[in-house]
Design a protein around this ligand. Structure first.
Ligand code: ATP
Ligand code: MG
Length: 412
């Protein structure tokens, strides 16, 4: 699938170009903006995440190609297509010089357009292989913060790490992940998609997901336990096969359920984050959940123990959690009731409502843990945004934990 950004100077031509693209048979995702070639610099951020930039400008002259040249030099994988009525030889030559391969005249010739799209699509398939790392988020007890973490981590990866991210809400009670990042209903749910699983392809998938950010899509949960009951592991298998190739990061909010559907998601995950809080009920239930994971044959390296709403004064210490679970705490997130509630009330990610908060920063660090960077950690976008705090948070995550033994009752 190719990401197309269409910048058109005509509100009339935009839908006509969209219709031509549709008729080409090539899978794509389209964003449209109003503007002319000379205004390209204004749209630099949107251009960055596109595979193909189509500039439709009836008044295009060679002089206005500076913006195109700049866009192509800043985004090496970008292809550019110019659409203009009867392009002159001078314009064609100038376009070639700045690296534009496709100059199409208006009205568009359907075969010419389809060939150009097929060319971009084949280059993308050959050049970029999404690694589609899948991470599931589970909780052994309700209200641990699994959804808040999964949703905000997905958003942070999309916004700060420039990854193509998908969040699947597999919660089988009353799925709510989409509410945390959008104030509108999703176009379809996981249940709607699975009801048509036989005709699942990129186009159907695209029609079902909610586009939350240029790099983030959310597949909303089934909505209620009755609809969730109709979901099958085989449905999920088809879905995961498709999305692994389309995204760099796939996050699954599994929630509390352990049933064939959830187990399928966990089986196919590269990592499983178990989110807990510091009280006896989590100690008890978490231990039970880890026993099940062990029976399912998951290696310890696949499990990541995440402590949410960390409280250094809590009776249940990190050392107790570690000793009881036999797993090291991989990451801890601070409590921030004010920001968590505000973000939830407005249906916006923490990155939007509380960008500099310790909770947002800690979620970004969790992203670095689960999707390690290839460059040195201190060169991260995050480190540049919050230089002092990143060091402090790393220090607190690696701080030694008290050595109190676990206090579990017999049989627990
Ligand atoms: N670090 C945090 N600081 C403060 N409040 C938090 C934090 N994490 C989560 N919360 C709050 O805790 C509540 C439960 O969070 P969330 O819905 O993410 O949990 P969950 O594990 O997905 O619950 P469920 O079992 O219902 O799916 C929400 O009100 C959320 O805003
Ligand atoms: Mg939840």
């Amino acid at each position: 699938m190719i990401d197309i950004l269409l910048i058109s100077s005509s509100a009339e031509r935009t839908p006509q170009i969209a219709a031509r693209l549709e008729a080409s048979g090539v899978a794509f995702r389209l964003r449209t903006l109003h503007g002319a070639a000379k205004q390209l610099r204004v749209h630099a951020a949107a251009i960055k995440s596109a595979d193909l930039l189509i500039v439709d400008d009836a008044e295009l002259t060679p002089r206005e190609l500076g913006g195109v040249e700049e866009a192509l030099s800043h985004t090496p994988h970008l292809h550019c297509m110019l659409v203009t009525p009867t392009p002159s030889t001078t314009l064609l030559m100038a376009a070639m010089r700045v690296g534009v391969r496709h100059v199409l005249s208006w009205p568009l010739d359907e075969h010419e357009l389809a060939d150009a799209l097929a060319h971009v699509s084949s280059k993308k398939t050959a050049g970029v292989r999404r690694d589609g790392r899948v991470v599931s988020f589970t909780s052994c007890k309700g209200g641990s913060g699994t959804t808040l973490i999964a949703v905000n981590l997905a958003y942070t990866l999309a916004a700060l790490r420039d990854k193509r991210v998908l969040l699947i809400d597999l919660n089988q009670q009353f799925a709510d992940a989409s509410l945390l990042v959008a104030d509108k209903p999703p176009p379809a749910t996981l249940a709607d998609l699975c009801a048509q699983i036989d005709r699942l392809d990129v186009a159907l998938f695209e029609a079902c997901v909610m586009h939350v950010h240029a790099n983030l899509d959310v597949l909303a949960g089934a909505g209620d336990p009755v609809k969730s009951g109709e979901l099958r592991a085989a449905h999920l298998e088809r879905l995961l096969t498709l999305v692994r190739e389309q995204y760099d990061a796939v996050l699954i909010d599994v929630g509390q359920n352990i049933n064939p559907l959830a187990i399928h998601a966990l089986d196919h995950s590269d990592s499983i984050c178990m989110v807990v809080r510091q009280n006896m009920l989590y100690l008890h239930a978490g231990r039970r959940m880890l026993d099940i994971f062990k029976e399912l044959g998951y290696p310890a390296s696949k499990l990541k123990l995440i402590v949410n709403q960390y409280d250094r004064h809590a009776r249940v210490t990190l050392a107790m959690l570690e000793a009881t679970f036999g797993v090291k705490v991989a990451h801890q997130l601070p409590r921030d009731e004010k920001q968590a509630t505000e973000a939830l009330d407005h249906g916006v990610p923490l990155m939007t409502s509380a960008k500099g908060s310790a909770l947002t920063q800690s979620i970004a660090l969790l992203g670095d843990l689960l999707w390690p960077r290839t460059t040195g950690p201190d060169k991260s976008v995050l480190a540049r945004l919050f230089p002092g705090r990143v060091k402090a948070q790393r220090a607190s995550n690696t701080a030694s934990v008290p050595k109190a033994p676990p206090q579990l009752k017999a049989g627990h």
